[in-house]
Design a protein around this ligand. Sequence first.
Ligand code: ATP
Length: 216
Amino acid sequence: MRTVLIIGLGRFGKHLALRMAELGNEVMVVDTDEAKVEEMLPFVTRAQIGDCMNEKILRSLGVTNFDFCFVAIGDNFQASLEITSQLKELGARYVIAKADRTIHEKFLLRNGADAVIHPERDAAMRAARAYGARNVFDYLELTEDFSVIEVAVPDSWAGKSIGELRVQSKYNVNIIACKIGGKIRPVAGADYVLSKEQHIIIAGNADKCAIIPELP
Ligand code: ATP
């Protein structure tokens, strides 16, 4: 369980708060808009009305107690920047700011954000990766150079064992699981033989996965 502060209840902040709470985390939300705060009351641990550009209010939240502080304000960049920088000055451990434009990301990082989420761009990148390559069924980017990708078993791999294919030593990526009839199972070892009916889950550098010639 993590303790999370979310400032700003636009669509992003709201969805984030609901899901974080659903996952069992302790969530506090703050917004200047009373109606938005009230709407969240049944779902989160604490909800407060307040303008976080006001240092006294921000200080009163006890920002050092949270594992993560999210600044989920997009429209008012000045507010987003000031709150991000103030959170860090007050000793917030890890500040994640939402950016609506790439240029904002740079300023937020320079002014104290530990990480920046650019929701539209990030979602577009994921969608392009997931749907832009034929036969990629799912895609999860964990870091810039490490992803988990679900693909169909290439024709030339069907009937061969993982050891025989030497995917790990050839491409430095790993086949970590297979999916049959909607169920994911870890692959038992090098002797495991792939079949055309299944999908495989590959973990590693996405660019390396993209150059595997057998993958469609
Ligand atoms: P969306 O996620 O819907 O795209 P957005 O980033 O465009 O949202 P904004 O309208 O910028 O959303 O603001 C998000 C929320 O942040 C709003 O509910 C707004 O009331 C709140 N907010 C803006 N400034 C402050 C502030 N200084 N202190 C607290 N909350 C604020």
